[in-house]
Ligand binder design. Structure first.
Ligand code: SF4
Length: 368
């Protein structure tokens, strides 16, 4: 099933009617009820937690104009090593439904929002690059939703890919758990675009990533992207502990190594499952059979629940060994971890902007 067919209702916020993306979405969803609303606030639920309305939110689309900035630096967290990532907020929420999705705790509108004013986004990017022409920018659209899951509706990536192709010091990371990218393949080769898949073993995908592509489909999509001349990245984030995790992740890493050429991989991140404490009860309410929020976790300095440090270190260390064997030379990094954990895993920790510079080095074409 495509994600498009999951949409059962469309709201258009006043002011968003006269945009190409709005027309495109409506043309691709004939027969789906459409309502123009004066302001998105009228959709805001008056009572109840997101558990009461989030299922409906996954099949409702809100087309709106982004009035704030699209481009936001990833906030990072004190005490943890930051990679200097830049976030493009092109929408909010997604049609997939991962048990652990942190967006569940942030949503206040029962809909998937798509921002239709793409020209404003492109102008903002141009202004940002012009303000600091020597800086390297790593930008991504996958922090507030899936970068690919609604692309057949929005057509956004077909606008962004050629735009980034002209920017030698910027790279766009398309982070996804989806697999349909055929319309974009003809836009390669393009070294300024990195297709990035979030990966987990098949048993976790079945249990905790409802509606997302299978591991097989993600790896096949990655292979097609590499063959079309795009670079790749992978995120084992969240890494999830369960009895037998070693075998499951080792097999997954081996499949990854067989599916893609090591030379196409820009980076691979590792990050243990983490979320703010209220998420635990939200997960139990929405997914009563899920075991992933039941394992022991402790409150970390950033207020999030995480696995015990020794378990995280063990998981990262083993994953690192398996990944180095499967994809020799790939740049591995830990997402949102402390210098102590870095040192325990790999014997060193990046200081200051070291990690950002390492990743930036993967963005620049050779010799720049
Ligand atoms: S794909 Fe990402 S944004 Fe979508 S539900 Fe899963 S974790 Fe959340």
């Amino acid at each position: 099933m495509t994600t498009t067919r999951r949409i059962k209702r469309i709201f258009i916020e006043a002011g968003a009617e006269d945009y190409d993306m709005t027309r495109r979405v409506l043309a691709r969803l004939p027969g789906v009820p459409v309502e123009v609303i004066p302001h998105r606030e009228v959709l805001r639920p008056r009572a109840g937690t997101p558990a009461a309305w989030i299922d409906a939110a996954k099949s409702t689309l809100l087309l709106a104009v982004q009035k704030g900035p699209f481009w936001r630096p990833c906030p990072g967290t004190r005490d943890y090593i930051c990679c200097g990532y830049q976030v493009l907020q092109v929408g909010l929420n997604c049609p997939l439904d991962c048990t652990y999705c942190v967006l569940q705790g942030y949503l206040n509108i029962p809909a998937i929002t798509l921002f239709v004013n793409v020209e404003d986004l492109l102008a903002e990017l141009d202004r940002g690059w012009a303000a600091d022409p020597h800086k390297v920018w790593r930008l991504g659209t996958g922090e507030f939703g899936d970068s690919l899951a609604l692309d057949d509706l929005s057509g956004l990536n077909a606008r962004l890919l050629p735009f980034f192709a002209r920017q030698p010091r910027a790279v766009l990371e398309i982070k996804t758990k989806w697999h349909r990218l055929e319309p974009l393949l003809s836009l390669g080769p393009n070294s300024q675009v990195i297709f990035a898949w979030s990966l987990n073993p098949p048993e976790i995908i079945r249990e905790a990533e409802r509606g997302a592509a299978t591991l097989k489909a993600r790896l096949e999509a990655a292979s097609r992207a590499a063959a079309a001349g795009f670079r790749l990245a992978f995120h084992f984030d969240p890494l999830i502990y369960f009895p037998g995790w070693e075998d499951a992740y080792q097999r997954t890493v081996a499949r990854l190594g067989r599916a893609v050429p090591a030379g196409a991989v820009a980076w691979i991140s590792l990050g243990g499952l983490r979320f703010l404490p209220p998420m635990r009860s939200l997960i139990h309410q929405r997914f009563p059979l899920s075991r992933i929020a039941s394992y022991e976790m402790v409150a970390a300095p950033d207020g999030k629940l995480r696995y015990f440090k020794d378990l995280r270190i063990d998981m990262y260390g083993r994953m690192g060994t398996w990944l180095e064997k499967a994809l020799p030379g790939a740049l591995l990094y830990l997402c949102m971890e402390s210098p102590r954990v870095w040192r325990a895993v790999w014997g060193w920790a990046p200081e200051g902007k070291d990690l950002a510079m390492l990743l930036d080095g993967r963005v620049l074409p050779a010799g720049k």
